[in-house]
Design a protein around this ligand. Sequence first.
Ligand code: FO1
Length: 313
Amino acid sequence: MTRVAVLAGGVGAARFLDGLVRVTQPSDVTAIVNVGDDMEWAGLHISPDLDTVTYTLADLVNPETGWGLRGESRRTLERLSELGGPDWFMIGDLDLATHLYRTHRLSQGDPLSAITRDLTARLGLQCVITPVTDDRLRTVVGTDAGELAFQDYFVRGRAADPVHSLRFEGAESARPAPLVTQALEAADVIVIAPSNPFLSIDPLLSVPGVRELVTSNRDNVVAVSPIIGGQAVKGPAADILSSLGHDVSALGVARIYAELASVFILDEEDSSLASMIESETGMRVVVMPTLMKDVETKMALASGTLKAALDVA
Ligand code: FO1
C-alpha cells in the first residue's frame, strides 16, 4: 500500500492523476486541489480545477479542451448572452448542473469539501478529491492593467498580460480542508503535479500549514516539471517564469521547488539540465518522458514518478 497525496491544479494534474489511479490503489490517492481559480459567475460558484480533476477521473471530460463535459452544448450560454448576461466564460449546458448543485449546497451551509466528496462519490470515484480549503481563497493577478481576478486574467484576457505579481486573497485566514492535513501527514509520497507553479501550486502552499507539511516531508516529495524544452505544455507558466524574473526552463522550476521536494522529474528533452539541477538544488533528478499524450504515457509517468520517489524514501 502506497498512500499518495497530489498537489493539483487543473488539466495537467488531472491527466497525471488519471494515470496514477490506474497504477495504484485509487482509494490510496488524495488529490489536494487548487481553488484560487474559483469564481462567482451569474450567481453560481464555479470551481474549475475541482471539476476538471473530477470530470477527467470520471472519464467525462471534454478531450478537446481538457475542461468541461464531453459532448455538451452551450444553448444556455447563448440564451444568457442574448439576455445581456456574462458570456465570456464558456459554461456548458451539462456542466451547469454541477454549478447549480454546488451553489445550492453552499447556500445551505455545506462545506465545499463535503459537496466535492458527494459529487465524486456519485460519479463512482474511489480516490479522494478535496479542495485545499473550504474557506474563500482567490488568486489575484497583478498586471499592467492593474489587479485582475484570476479568470479575468486567464480567460477574459487570454493570459496575455505580463504578470508582475500574484497574491492569494483570503489565504491568511484560510484553514486546510479536513482531509488535507491528514493526507499530507499520512502520505508515503507527496507529488507536486505538472501544474503551473505560480497559479496552481502556490495557492495551495499559501494556506497556512500546507507548506510546512510539505517541507517537513521533503524526503517523500517528488515534483514533476511542467516545463519541457523551455515551454509549458499548456498555459502561461513559461511567460510567468519570465515576467517574474525566473529562468524560463525546468531549472527555473526546480529552483522554486528545491525547498519542497527531494526528487525532480525532468523530461528527456531537458536531460542536459539534470546535473546542473542536482548540484544547484540538491534534488535528485530522474529523467523520463513527461508529455501525457494518451493513457499509456499518463500511466508510465505516474508509475515512474512513484518509483522515483520510493527509491529514496
Ligand atoms: N478555460 C478557458 O480558456 N475558457 C473558458 O471559457 C473556460 C470555461 C470553463 C468553464 C468551466 C470550467 O470548469 C473550466 C473552464 N475553463 C475555461 C478552464 C479554466 O478557466 C482554467 O483551465 C483553469 O482555471 C486553470 O486551471
